[in-house]
Every structure is written in C-alpha cells, then in structure tokens.
Design a protein around this ligand. Structure first.
Ligand code: NAD
Length: 354
C-alpha cells in the first residue's frame, strides 16, 4: 500500500487555496494535516474552508508534529530559505513555491541541505505542466527541433501590480518585482524547454515608472484575502525588467516581465530551433516547420489541464517512486543565478558574467 502522506502547509494565502490544498486533497492517500500562518485567524479560516484538522501560528511548532512527512512552503519569498532548511533538516520532503529564495547564496544553502538530507525538494513551477509544455518537451527531447539556440519570453501586464504595498512590492520580503514574481515562471519554462543549458552571462535593466498609478493586479485573488490585509504602502521594487541571457552552448534568451507598462498584456514565448520553432501565446501553440521544401505552420490542439494538480501529482509521484523531482538542483540554481544576475546588471549598468 502507498505510504500515507500527511502535508503541513506554510502560509495560508492565495496560492495554497488556488493550487496546493486542492491539489493535495485530490491526490490519493494524501491528507492536508495542518496549516500555519502567523495570521492565525487566516489559518483558521482556510482550515475551516478546506477541512484541515490543525492550525499553527508558528511553522516550527507545526514541524514538531511527528506524523507530518511533507511540507509545502507558500509563504512570502523572504521566509522560504529558513523554512525549507528547517523542514528538510527535520526529515520532510518539501515542495517550495517560486522563487526558491531571495538570491543564489540562499539557494545554494538550501541545495546543500537537500544534498545532505537526501530529501525530495521540488520548486513549484506550474507552467512546466501545461499540455503545451509537456508536448513541446517531448518533441524537443526527441530531436524534432534540433538545437533550440534562441528564445524570447515575455510575461507583461499593462496594469497589474499585485497586493500593492503588501509583501509583493516590498523588496526585503519579495526580493524584487515582476521579474522574480512572474518572469521566473516564463524564464524557468523556456530555459527548461531549451534543454537547461548553463547560463554564462546576463545583461539586464529594470524600471519603476508606475508606482503612483499602480493598480491592484488581482493577486492574491480577492476571495483568498483576509479583511486585515493592507494593500497600500511600500513599493521599492521594479515594475518592468528585461534581460539578455547567454548560455554555455551558444544559445541565448531574451526575457521581459512587467506588472505595469503601456504595452499589451501578454504571456508568450518563441523557441527558435535549427529544424523547427514554436510560439505559444493567447491564441495557442504554433509549430513552425518545413516539409518537402514548403514552410508549414502547425496548430496544435491540446486539452487544457489543471497545472497545479499536475504539479502536485508530480511531487507526490516522485516521493512515492523515490525518483528525482522534475526541478533538478542545477536548474534551480541556474534560474536563481539568472534572476540575481539581472538585478545586479541593472544596478551596475554592466553585464554580469558567471
Ligand atoms: N506558482 C504560482 O503560480 C504562484 C502564484 C502566486 C504566488 N506564488 C508564490 O507563493 C508564495 C505565496 O504567495 P501568495 O500569493 O499565496 O501570497 P499571499 O500574500 O496571498 O499569502 C502569503 C501568506 O503567507 C503568510 N505569511 C507571512 N509571513 C509568514 C511566515 N513567516 N510564515 C508563514 N506564513 C507567513 C501571510 O500571512 C499570508 O497569509 C510566494 O512565494 C509567491 O511567489 C506562486
């Protein structure tokens, strides 16, 4: 019989209610056993909504519960490192929300503990689990694109600053703005589809132009918020970031992420391969190929999937099958170094060479 997994959740905000709790509760032989949040009223309300038996204000108290064998970290970014290290060191397998930490030094510290404890550690990148991602990964791994030598990725919002004045817009709690919040998703996805080459250098720029006219970006979703949450105040992060990233195999990636800008709102990427290319945007996936000397545009028709459920299934399955998670330590570190490199390059006005 499959080992029963009992999950303790850290943080009772938007993503746990939209993704983690429903995902774990749908998985067989998995129980969401406890949830903690320093805002104990919020933990209580979420526990009641989802039928979670125990609540805690302090995650360290929750870690004392012997029957909990899995921890899901869904707190603001600043707390990920400390909580991941504590959970791994106490023998738990860990699913950690993106970004894994505030910078590459912290990420290295976590990965050292992963290696020492030999626990499963997966970073929550739901975009890897869309039907399109799964399909493209299969095609690219089978060599149908040849080398993917160039890619463009953008995640742009015209007006969509999340939780204005809350932790998202406070650098010491978030580590940065849309780059570390949204850009990380599309960066991880394109970089993974490109075959996860090693980054060698980054040039980046950041801007902050919309502080005064920022609007609430709809995240966290209204129904997941606590009446006491504040949505006005600090804003010391960028609202737009752009970067040029070079890899050791000669490939390059152009990345853009914004919470606000006078542009279209878009989530899209293009992959340029030697034999074929692809673009995914709001209209779907198009594969650019050539057959019998004719250029072909193939439109893929794929069934929608719940990416959060798929992400949780993958995490549960790697624990059960005792296999490495889809996010490898080298990939986790590479993404972390790229994000940090963009911020460093933007601050110094120079290319950052790793
Ligand atoms: N994978 C995705 O698609 C996705 C989407 C949104 C957010 N996220 C990530 O999930 C994490 C949480 O984001 P969110 O949108 O749920 O934020 P949120 O603001 O809705 O919720 C965060 C919760 O953490 C609690 N908290 C504050 N300090 C804490 C601490 N020290 N320990 C435990 N909990 C604490 C807050 O009280 C709040 O309830 C972030 O790392 C974010 O980047 C991922």
């Amino acid at each position: 019989m499959a080992k029963k997994l009992r999950v303790g959740i850290i943080g009772a905000g938007g993503i746990v209610q939209v993704g983690h709790i429903p995902g774990f509760q749908k998985a067989p032989d998995v129980e969401v056993a406890a949830i903690c949040d320093p805002n104990i009223a919020k933990a209580g309300a979420v526990a009641k909504k989802f039928g979670i038996p125990k609540t805690f204000a302090d995650y360290r108290k929750m870690l004392q519960e012997k029957e909990i064998n899995v921890i899901s970290i869904c707190s603001p970014n600043y707390f990920h490192k400390e909580q991941a290290i504590a959970a791994l060191s106490s023998g738990r397998d860990v699913l950690c929300e993106k970004p894994v930490s505030m910078n590459s030094i912290e990420t290295n510290e976590i990965l050292k503990v992963v290696s020492k404890t030999n626990r499963k550690f997966m970073v929550a990148f739901p975009h890897r689990f869309s039907a399109v991602s799964t399909f493209l990964k299969k095609l690219i791994s089978a060599g149908e694109f040849g080398q993917v030598y160039y890619a463009r990725a953008n995640c742009l919002r015209r007006r969509g600053i999340p939780g204005l004045g809350g932790w998202f817009t406070t650098k010491k709690l978030s580590g940065g703005g849309p780059l570390i919040d949204l850009g990380v998703h599309i960066l991880d996805k394109t970089y993974w589809l490109m075959g996860a080459p090693k980054p060698v250098s980054v040039t980046g720029v950041t801007f902050q132009k919309f502080k005064k006219v920022a609007t609430d970006g709809g995240w966290p979703p209204l129904e997941t918020r606590h009446p006491g949450d504040k949505y006005d105040g600090a804003f010391d992060v960028e609202d737009l970031a752009a970067a040029f990233i070079r890899f050791d195999n000669g490939a390059a990636l152009v990345l853009e992420a914004s919470w606000a800008g006078n542009s279209e709102t878009v989530l899209s990427y293009s992959l340029f391969g030697e034999k074929a290319g692809a673009r995914e945007d709001a209209f779907g996936l198009t594969i650019f190929g050539e057959k019998a000397g004719v250029l072909t545009d193939t439109v893929a028709s794929l069934p929608p999937v719940n990416v959060y459920d798929e992400e949780i299934k993958e995490f549960v399955s790697c624990i059960r099958a005792d296999r490495p998670p889809i996010t490898t330590p080298a990939q986790i570190l590479a993404v972390s170094r790229i994000l940090e490199g963009v911020y460093k390059s933007a601050a110094t006005g120079k290319e950052v060479v790793f």
